[in-house]
Design a protein around this ligand. Structure first.
Ligand SMILES: NC(=O)c1ccc[n+]([C@@H]2O[C@H](COP(=O)([O-])OP(=O)(O)OC[C@H]3O[C@@H](n4cnc5c(N)ncnc54)[C@H](OP(=O)(O)O)[C@@H]3O)[C@@H](O)[C@H]2O)c1
Length: 262
């Protein structure tokens, strides 16, 4: 598999995709692009649809024409979060625009492409733009600002580097269909924040329990229990190490990434 440098590309623009595919001739495309700000999706549904649904449709059409393998990164948020432990066969029931547009993207991929996989996930990582749950927790801890962690929102996030390994694994296998790629620990956002603080040696008493009902400023509805059943992932990707949150945070390399990104 070839690895190229960075090239800008708008996945809602078919001409740009065609030109890029023509010049790079990839074996596989892993689509990570999306509008992920769920409140922004509620405010701008057309923009969300263009990137989260039409973008994957465009890529699926190219895949169907060329047989380039397409890996579509999707989300646990396509479920309503009423009970959790969703398998690849569970029925989605999206409750906000982000989730509806991501599910639509999945459906375009599965109905148009032939050589494809849809990876449903939830992950945590260090984002150089400062966005994301882990960056927010780390910044709050460093500034000794009180953190309110939702106790009623439960997930099983995967370390971003492990997700990258999973995606490379899926890219190189012939598996067709949906695959849940998630971590092995099921925990609430409150417990996640506590785990971050504890493993990095912070005083975790500034992390307070809260409920998503007490968050009036959120525009989009959030599903509560979205943890994914990852049994199939563990069978198919048995050589891919899935790190615990403790292993990730206590690894010396985490501190190096962290200094670069926070
Ligand atoms: N973060 C999570 O926990 C999570 C959970 C479940 C699933 N996912 C899925 O995982 C994928 C990556 O998420 P993320 O958290 O890394 O998101 P992110 O930080 O918001 O990154 C999304 C990327 O998509 C790019 N993008 C937006 N519109 C585009 C377009 N029209 N053409 C090409 N690129 C475009 C953005 O570029 P600019 O920055 O230049 O706009 C950005 O680099 C997404 O598919 C998301 O739905 C994420």
């Amino acid at each position: 598999m070839r690895v190229s440098g960075l090239i800008g590309l708008d996945i809602s623009n078919m001409n740009q995709i065609l030109q890029t595919v023509e010049s790079l001739k990839p074996d596989c495309v892993i689509n990570c692009a999306a509008i992920t700000d769920v409140d922004e999706c509620e405010r701008q549904p057309k923009k969300a649809e263009l990137v989260n649904s039409i973008g994957p449709k465009n890529l699926a059409e190219i895949s169907a024409d060329t047989n380039i393998r397409l890996i579509q990164v999707s989300t646990d948020a396509i479920f309503d979060g009423k009970h959790g432990s969703y398998s690849e066969d569970s029925s989605p029931n999206p409750i906000n625009t982000y989730a509806k547009t991501k599910l639509e993207g999945e459906r375009f991929v599965s109905s148009i492409a032939e050589n494809y996989a849809i990876v449903r996930t939830n992950f945590y990582g260090l984002n150089p733009n400062g966005k994301g749950l882990l960056n927010w927790i780390l910044k709050s801890l460093a500034e000794k600002r009180e953190i309110t962690g939702f106790e009623d929102v439960v997930f099983n996030p995967l370390w971003a580097a492990d997700l990258a390994e999973c995606l490379l694994g899926v890219a190189q296998m012939s598996y067709i269909g949906i695959l849940n790629c998630s971590g092995n620990q099921i925990l609430s956002k409150y417990e996640f924040a506590k785990a971050v603080a504890t493993n990095l040696g912070y005083n975790n008493s500034i992390i307070k329990r809260s409920s998503s009902y007490q968050a009036p400023s959120l525009i989009a509805r959030r599903p509560k229990k979205t943890y994914l059943d990852n049994t199939r992932m563990r069978e198919l990707l048995k050589n891919t190490k899935i790190h615990t949150i403790e292993e990730v945070l206590r690894d010396p390399s985490f501190d190096i990434y962290r200094r670069k990104t926070t």
